[in-house]
Design a protein around this ligand. Structure first.
Ligand code: ZN
Length: 85
């Protein structure tokens, strides 16, 4: 019963790379982006292209028309890794 399968309990940081799909309801532009979610205890820190970012569903502006009617949909987990602190 070693906690090897739950590194979070040992203070590790879990990083998940997630693909998100964005859909503009105004100009119908669709695009995808890879986000990195770092789970550290109860906190989640989001990164986009290595830069700290808001969660994917917050404040996204369309790349095509700058409109704010953008729907964000999770499109699957790309990779997951755990690093011990
Ligand atoms: Zn748009």
């Amino acid at each position: 019963m070693h906690p090897q399968s739950s590194p979070l309990r040992a203070g590790g940081v879990q990083t998940a790379t997630e693909k998100w799909r964005f859909h503009c309801l105004r100009c119908l532009h669709v695009w995808e982006e890879l986000y990195e979610a770092r789970y550290c205890g109860d906190a989640v820190a989001w990164r986009l292209s290595g830069v700290a970012a808001q969660p994917p569903w917050v404040d996204r502006a369309c790349r095509g028309c700058d409109g704010l009617w953008v729907k964000a949909l999770p499109d699957g987990l790309v990779a997951r890794r755990v690093t011990a602190k």
